[in-house]
Write a protein that binds this ligand. Structure first.
Ligand code: BGC
Length: 737
């Protein structure tokens, strides 16, 4: 059997690269062996220096006077591999929304909509498709690692990277991020899950200590990672820049050794964020397996200093073996050694753009629609479109996740969004042109909105005004406030005063405040909508698509209702690694809200949200029947009927929430189901509840503990609105693996 498979490999050699030709001569080439065994065989053949060479990566680009490393592909990370042992290079590319290359325009890839748009679909199958699409592009470019899988929670709606993440709920985040990772890895590309953990703001991200109690962390941020890990099985986990309870994430033994590798039995490898390895011994002993972006670290921690530490007995040699074993096993298991990615692979751009469009269509959230103002009739005669570059394309978020599609519009960056001097970028999918296609008989005018007086004057004469408002968000910089930047609030107010048929389309990286809300009949949250965002927006505006997105984050009324209303001046501290540190290290107290992130905080404080978590309107109507709960093998399942009582096809997302007895915990999302229904159609839905969502984490007993009592299960259109409910009895138990 074994020799047979070897023969097959040898036959394959006729067509293979020189690297594959060499691997066929090695004991670890035998594909019939489990990855563990192959990794062990490889490890046994490695010298100490070869092992050390595998546990640190550098930029795959020219960097601060150093040329691009030989064999690197101008991307975020590179390790040359071990040519003597036929181990191919690690070619790492950002990120979770498509293949990026922030420092050069060499790679033009397909952009998915933002993470929040993906979260808003509440559709793990679609997230998986999105992941598979970007994974297939990564592979076609020749990358074998995607630095994807952002799963930090929205603890602050002003966080500059919220747009890369899924939202504020641990279950939604875990399921959706896990599905994306699974999709990426289905293409034989390894994915990360990042940034582990509680890396929830950008201002001062390399200088901040996230302070949070263990129970609170286990039930919120850590739960999101735990679920994403189970669902996505990422080959690697990337630690964050921040400290957690006094120790940097990359050298935090509680996070890496105890929780990730201990309690969760994670068998992949743990890499640092770029320039986030601060020590050799502490990091190695805490469980870090690979130093990333070493060029930013001052000196390379996992090279000569690690060798010295091992030779002096301060770090056991077995720890280095474990680092290498984890990387090698992941590489074997992923297929990236047996079937290496090569650049120049075929990319079906049209097909990939249609995957992105499918996500955008599902993720757009209709926030307001008075008197059924939307969908717009195709018979409109005069439409005025207003908005920065809405004639050209749709906005995208900045930073390492920035995808640069062919034909993108790149503008000098505005001050509040500097990431290594990156420009503001619009994906070339023009909402204006898509509107023209939806309403071919209309006269469609366009204004950029810089002059609000002229915009209001023009608005007078239009049947309908579609006004695009935007908030550009960026890695390394949080929004200074929740207000739309520049004069956009004034512009909307002026235009809405001139024309009561003003529809506002938001392109934001998170929630914004809306002082003009009562003066406009319709508002749509389009997020950053990706490669074909303009088409998706127009399809929803004119009803070719019935909106079905649901908010994955709460939209607050004002900042004053947030757990930490004030923000630190970003100029007073340092966000980017490798830059001189400004001021003192500082801490952010996440025990204020503890496990009650987002909607749970709003329940606890009693502040009504502007739009709650889970909220989103449709052009049709749905009704939900009575809910019953059955329990089997300790898993409670809620069952109910959903009916489309309106006149259009539509997708509903009934959400199952749990309320605990005696205020044990604040209401939690326990599951959901997306249901596509034709008018009059009814479907039965069953949603199983993960027992952890009935439990609290018992720090003393070190396990999830379910308390006895009657719990309430409700099926709601969002976290706040009412819906059918029932109670069910739960018995006391510990949840142990
Ligand atoms: C970001 C990571 C990214 C890495 C490589 C860091 O600054 O935090 O998310 O993967 O750079 O570009």
């Amino acid at each position: 059997m074994r020799s047979q498979s070897k023969m097959l490999v040898c036959v394959g050699l006729l067509f293979a690269s020189p690297l594959q030709a060499e691997i066929s001569q090695t004991p670890w080439s035998d594909r019939a062996l489990p990855p563990d065994q192959r990794a062990r065989l490889l490890l046994a053949a490695m010298t100490l220096d070869e092992k050390l060479a595998l546990v640190h990566t550098r930029f795959g680009t020219p960097f601060r006077g150093h040329p691009k490393p030989d064999g690197a592909m101008n991307s975020a990370g590179f390790n040359p591999g071990i040519p003597r042992l036929a181990i191919p290079p690690l070619q790492e590319t950002d990120a979770g929304l498509g293949v990026t290359n922030p420092t050069s325009a060499a790679v033009n890839a397909t952009a998915l909509p933002s993470g929040l748009a993906i979260g808003a679909t509440f559709d793990p199958d679609l997230a998986r498709r999105g992941g598979a699409m970007i994974g297939s592009e990564a592979r076609a470019f020749g990358f074998n690692i995607m630095l994807a899988g952002g799963a930090d929670l929205t603890r602050d709606p002003r966080n500059g990277r919220n747009f890369e993440y899924i939202g504020e709920d641990p279950l939604l985040t875990g399921v959706m991020a896990g599905a994306m990772i699974d999709g990426i890895q289905s293409q034989g590309v390894m994915s990360t899950l990042k940034h582990f953990a509680v890396n929830d703001q950008e201002t001062g991200r390399v200088m901040l200590d996230s302070v949070i109690g263990e129970q609170a962390a286990r039930e919120s941020d850590l739960l999101a990672f735990e679920i994403a890990l189970e669902q996505g099985k990422p080959r690697a986990v990337m630690t964050g820049y921040n400290k957690i309870n006094g120790q940097f994430a990359s050298e935090n033994p509680f996070l890496i050794k105890d929780v990730l590798k201990g309690d969760w039995r994670y068998d992949g490898w743990v890499m640092s964020d770029w320039g986030a390895t601060h020590s050799t011994e502490n990091a190695a002993l805490a469980g870090l397996d690979q130093e990333s972006g070493e060029d930013l670290d001052g000196s390379i921690m996992f090279d000569a200093p690690l060798k010295n530490a091992i030779q002096a007995g301060r770090v056991p040699a077995a720890r280095l073996d474990d680092m290498v074993f984890r990387i090698a096993r992941a590489a074997f298991a992923s297929g990236s050694i047996d079937h290496p990615a090569h650049s120049g692979g075929a990319i079906d751009e049209a097909r990939n753009a249609s995957v992105s469009e499918a996500v955008a269509r599902r993720g757009i959230v209709l926030l307001k629609n008075d008197k059924g103002r939307l969908p717009l009739p195709r018979t409109l005669r005069r439409i005025l479109v207003i908005g920065e570059h809405a004639d050209f394309g749709v906005l995208s978020g900045g930073g390492s996740s920035q995808v640069v599609p062919i034909g993108a519009l790149r503008l000098p960056g505005d001050p509040p969004g500097k990431y290594y001097g990156q420009p503001k970028l619009y994906d070339p999918s023009s909402p204006l042109h898509a509107i023209l296609r939806e309403a071919p008989g209309a006269k469609v005018d366009f204004l950029d909105g810089h002059d609000s007086v002229a915009a209001a004057q023009a608005a007078h004469d239009a049947d309908v005004v579609v006004l695009f408002a935007e908030q550009w968000m960026n890695e390394a910089r949080d929004a200074p406030s929740l207000a739309l930047p520049l004069n956009q609030d004034r512009l909307i107010a002026a235009v809405a005063a001139a024309n009561p048929n003003t529809v506002v389309v938001l392109q934001t990286g998170g929630p914004v405040t809306m002082p003009w809300l009562s003066n406009v009949p319709a508002v749509m949250e389009a997020w950053y909508s990706g490669a074909r965002g303009g088409d998706a927006i127009a399809a929803v505006l004119f009803g070719a698509v019935n909106p079905s997105g649901r908010l994955p984050i709460t939209f607050p009324q004002t900042e004053t209702e947030l757990p930490r209303p004030a923000v630190r001046d970003p100029e007073s501290t340092t966000a980017n690694p490798g830059e001189p540190l400004k001021g003192e290290m500082f801490s952010v107290d996440y025990n204020v809200e503890g496990p009650d992130v987002g909607y749970k905080w709003f329940f606890r404080t009693g502040h009504p949200a502007l739009f709650p978590f889970g909220y989103g309107l449709s052009y049709t109507r749905f009704s939900t029947g009575a809910v019953t709960v059955t329990s089997r093998h300790g898993i409670a399942t809620a069952t109910f009927d959903v009916t489309n009582t309106g006149a259009r096809d539509g997708i509903d997302t009934p959400q199952v929430y749990i309320d605990s007895p005696a205020g044990l915990f604040t209401r939690r999302l326990a599951g959901w189901q997306s249901v596509a229904l034709r008018p009059g159609e009814k479907k039965r839905v069953s949603v199983a509840v993960d027992p952890r969502l009935l439990a609290r984490f018992d720090v003393k007993d070190h396990c999830w503990h379910v308390s006895k009592g009657r719990y309430t299960v409700s099926v709601r259109p969002d976290a706040v609105d009412t819906g059918p409910s029932t109670t069910f009895q739960v018995s006391e138990r510990d949840l142990r693996p």
